[in-house]
Ligand binder design. Sequence first.
Ligand code: NIG
Ligand code: FE
Length: 423
Amino acid sequence: MSKDFRLLVKNAKQVVLVCTNGEKFLTGKEMQNIAVIENASLVIGKDGLLKAVGPVDRIDSQFQGASFETVIDASGMCVTPGLIDAHTHPVWAGDRVHEFAMKLAGATYMEVHQAGGGIHFTVEHTRQASEAELLASLKQRLLRMLRTGTTLVECKSGYGLEQDTEVKMLSVIERARKDLPIGISSTYCGAHSVPKGKTAAEAMDDIINVQLLKLKEKMSKGELHVDNIDVFCEKGVFDLECTRAILQAGKDMGLQINFHGDELHPMNSAELGAELEALAISHLEEVTDNGIAAMARAKSSAILLPTTAYILRLKQPRARDMLDAGVIVALGSDFNPNAYCCSMPMVMHLACVNMKMSMKEALAAATINAAYSLGKSHTHGSLEVNKQGDLVILNSSRWEHLIYQFGGHQELIKFVIVKGNVV
Ligand code: NIG
Ligand code: FE
């Protein structure tokens, strides 16, 4: 017999709602006050949306006599919203373990890149890989992310740098979106690097007049769905003017602007992003005070990537200055062959220890603010009625264990739930 609701999670020690008043993002002191309720239950409907969350007694009486497809007794456990990874490069072939040794021995990211390694190495392997190979490795990585609590992830192309491989990567992302329960926001990042043998101006011309037109055609036929446009705005890659032209062309065809900026050198990327009303700018290790103020005014979110600064021994992004200035701060793993980390709990831990964020700030940054950076905070990022029922259930009686524990999260994370289904 068909049941009334999909899931009841009952009697949790703590449920972290994150926000309660329909906020689309949290800034400043609001991030210190994320909502946590003790001894609570929640219900997810057959449409995958959250129907109710509140104290055990209230939910018991509200749903007396109702039937559920699944019931989880969460006594002694905690519930948080599903984690959101706002920045990843998960489609590629050929890892770069050999470069890790070079970097440990002192080579910088740009030295490796200029010697033909880095992104160029991955581009060569990704161009040669078949769609089936790329899909298989992408699925493995996404499943690994799910197991550490990520229920929505941004996925970039960008290891093709020419039309066919970029389309191949985006098609693979599209396939994974259909085959796996994890939510995906997809990003065209054809301007991830200047392909060998081309100038930045030639690459820009190809992106604007060839690749973007192809994407537009495929999107209008319903063959591809792309959400965001990205450029690596960096000295020796795409300068400010090339970046502006590419982002504007993407915006003109309806893509959300979400790009790499101010990572290795101050480029005024933050100022540019604010001017173009970018939804998000990533990295920002070298952002200026003006850039921070401009992002706060424009509500362009900052996606901070603690793994990159850690692995490349860069200076840390100025999380505290951004938080104090009212910037919408989000977090991402930056999973890629340089920063091989799939785990948002590890990212939050690094954000707290190295970037001096509090645990509440880190959780808000990895949920509601990450959702905002992808244009999805009306449906994702907090446990509010009518939002998507994506949850993480922890085998601990305080939610902070999700950040406090450093690695080994498979013991801690008891269930990951997407749209009310245990995945
Ligand atoms: O976000 N900075 C540019 N892109 C990536 C690195 C990609 C790669 O090295 O393959 C990043 O860190
Ligand atoms: Fe990146």
